[in-house]
Ligand binder design. Structure first.
Ligand SMILES: C[S@@+](CC[C@H](N)C(=O)[O-])C[C@H]1O[C@@H](n2cnc3c(N)ncnc32)[C@H](O)[C@@H]1O
Length: 310
């Protein structure tokens, strides 16, 4: 099954599809550091550039489109501009690509989109309704959507994300993957012998450990068994009520990039060729590999049943 991957980042969504036996033939992102990580781990099929400036004619034919489209316009932290924000319109770029392929008689069999949990409630549900209507009515897909938590797929990381799975074949009877028991805790994924730079100084410690204030009042808690959601701005070091801190050798420290990779389901053979701050951003942005793989395998079962798997 040939896959086109949009907004690939460092490749969390892609890795899950690869593990499930799909073939990624083309991927794109406009962040040069994300593309660097992607290229080193997956190969030269990744193209650096703004998807709005890549011509439709230059895209190869494919069976499956995957894309965790940028979520800032829809997330709690963003300003809730939704489709008014230019980044919100990236959904419409996905639609243009699919429409073009339909006109070329190469309608993608499956489309998989991922976004923040809040996508479904944004603007009183109107944004999500619009997205579903376009996928169903304008593009003719049978659409299934659900919020999945990474902690339900073997990874000790609370990460709720909306997954949208669309089938061109109306006979598709898709159900999202069953939840799995969680055997690991965040502590199981910690590195030993961690560089001193990850430990908090006595000076910064009280600020980091203080409870949230003002608009973001929340209890500071460290050494959680299941990590809080990793976020793209982790490099800035948020307070402990929003971020993950652990105690090791009686000292408090932040997570290392490798630990963030593990919390997104990347195995340790995944190369991290970029700076810590770029790595935090990429793993904070990524789709958890285990969730992606579980969804990809479930889709594969349906395609096998329909006789469409190749
Ligand atoms: C949420 S992240 C995707 C993470 C990825 N799916 C993964 O699993 O690792 C969104 C990505 O979209 C990229 N992006 C945003 N706007 C873009 C555009 N106009 N063209 C290409 N890439 C874009 C960002 O650089 C970012 O890496």
């Amino acid at each position: 099954m040939d896959v086109l991957s949009l907004f690939c980042g460092c490749g969390g969504l892609d890795k899950g599809f690869l593990e499930a036996g799909y073939n990624i033939i083309w991927a794109n992102d406009f962040d040069k550091y994300a593309v660097q990580t992607y290229r080193e781990n997956f190969g030269d099929h990744v193209v650096l550039g703004d998807i709005n400036h890549i011509t439709l004619e230059s895209l190869p034919d494919f069976d499956v489109l995957i894309g965790g489209f940028p979520c800032q316009p829809f997330s709690m932290m963003g300003e809730e501009k939704g489709f008014m924000d230019a980044r919100g319109t990236l959904f419409f770029r996905i639609v243009e690509i699919i429409k073009y392929k339909i006109e070329q008689n190469n309608k993608p069999r499956v489309v998989v989109l991922e976004n923040v949990r809040r996508l479904s409630t944004h603007d009183k549900g109107r944004t999500f309704k619009t997205i579903l209507r376009i996928l169903e009515m304008d593009l003719g897909y049978k659409v299934f959507a659900k919020v999945l938590n990474s902690a339900d797929y073997g990874i000790p990381h609370t990460r709720n994300r909306t997954y949208i799975v669309c089938f061109a074949n109306d006979d598709a009877q898709f159900s999202f993957p069953e939840k799995q028991e969680l055997y690991l805790s965040l502590q199981d994924l910690l590195e030993h012998n961690v560089d001193d730079k990850y430990f908090l100084s006595d000076k910064i410690l009280p600020t980091i450990l203080s409870d949230g204030t003002g608009g973001y009042k929340s209890k500071s808690e460290i050494d959680l068994k299941i990590a809080r959601p990793l976020c793209a701005t982790m490099a800035k070091m948020h307070r402990a009520c929003q971020d993950n801190y652990v105690t090791q050798n009686s000292r408090v420290r932040r997570l290392t990039p490798r630990e963030c990779a593990r919390l997104q389901g990347f195995r340790d053979d995944f190369v991290i060729p970029v700076s810590d701050s770029q790595a935090y951003k990429q793993f904070g942005n990524a789709v958890t590999v285990n969730v992606s793989q579980a969804v990809a395998e479930q889709i594969k079962k349906i395609l096998l049943d329909l006789g469409e798997w190749k």
